[in-house]
Ligand binder design. Structure first.
Ligand code: PMP
Length: 308
């Protein structure tokens, strides 16, 4: 992780990208962020997947926490390109982070400066390449997903992730690769960093916004691909018990990409292998990510070639 970091307008060496220990976000979680990916394309270049959607969500998350980002969306887009180019990486994970810096302590944050960094690094599939083929084992968490009567589930805010972190630690200690959180009403919600889809009798079901999900960008992509392939996709309340009688379950997220779930709570999903609809959609999704799809080429934002 020694690549240069874009920090408040400049590219700086990793070791020079420093903040005060009195940074407000360190104490109270007052940050918003994105997880974005760029992939090498068949022409040898690189492209950012659904870049504008990620930037829009970053600004929405910031606005929900009353943070004014001191750069335009175009500047953030260009800064992302500059950071990728400086890294020399063709495929990378991209982390824009907007946070409240050092200023007056206490819970009133609006007098603390809003700072922005963008970091990139090489990062394989979050739940493993093997998991993308064979599926991962998941456990329904004892932790419920944050609800909109206490926080803002549609915002991607730092402090909110303590919820995902508790669920992730619990799942890991119990020997599972991922947790599935229920919402505050007991309906299926999502993974710690992924949205969830369930296939039953050829129809695809996924929790909707009333379930307090994060509005996943890969979720939207998967829904579009599924519908383009002729599948019915229903957004609705899903009972925990439906996880145990599903034919297929898969998750989507920038970090995990599209990963099948092969077991929930020690029970096999379907026959315990990646199912046919998951396999079909995953292949199209992978082609879209990697610039091999004409149909979804508009989802890619090409990194301009470096001028030498
Ligand atoms: N849910 C949560 C809690 C997440 O952190 C993420 C990752 N951003 C997702 C779902 C999936 O969202 P996306 O497809 O936009 O990466």
């Amino acid at each position: 992780m020694s690549h240069q970091i874009w920090m408040n307008g400049d590219l700086v060496n990793h070791e020079d990208a420093k903040v005060s220990v009195l940074t407000h976000a360190l104490h109270y979680g007052t940050s918003v962020f994105e997880g974005v990916r760029a992939y090498e394309t068949p022409d040898g270049g690189s492209a950012v997947f659904r870049h504008a959607d990620h930037i829009d969500r970053l600004y929405r998350s910031a606005a929900l926490y009353h943070m004014e980002i001191p750069f335009t969306k175009d500047e953030i887009r260009q800064a992302t390109f500059d950071t990728i180019t400086a890294s020399g990486l063709k495929s990378c994970y991209i982390r824009p982070l907007v946070f409240r810096g050092a200023g007056p302590m206490g819970l009133y944050p609006l007098d603390c400066p809003v700072e922005v960094i963008i970091a990139v690094w090489a990062w394989g599939a979050y739940l493993g390449d093997e998991g993308k083929v064979n599926g991962v084992r998941a456990k329904v968490s004892s932790w419920r997903r944050i609800s909109s009567d206490a926080l803002i589930p549609t915002a991607k805010a730092g402090g909110q992730y303590l919820n995902s972190i508790l669920a992730k630690i619990e799942a890991d200690k119990a020997g599972y690769e991922e947790a599935i959180l229920l919402d505050s009403n007991g309906y299926v919600n999502e993974g710690t960093g992924e949205n969830l889809f369930l296939v039953k009798d050829g129809v695809v079901h996924t929790p909707g916004f009333a379930n307090d999900i994060l509005e996943g960008i890969n979720r939207a992509a998967a829904i579009e691909i599924l519908r383009d392939q002729g599948y019915e996709v229903v957004e609705r309340n899903i009972a925990r018990g439906e996880l145990y009688r599903a034919d297929e379950i898969f998750m989507t997220g920038t970090a995990a990409e599209l990963t099948p779930i092969r077991e929930v709570d020690d029970l096999p999903v379907g026959d315990g292998t990646r199912g046919p609809i998951t396999t079909e959609i995953q292949a199209i999704f992978e082609d879209a990510l990697h610039g091999r799809s004409e149909r979804y080429a508009h989802w890619l934002d090409k990194v301009p070639a470096a001028v030498s």
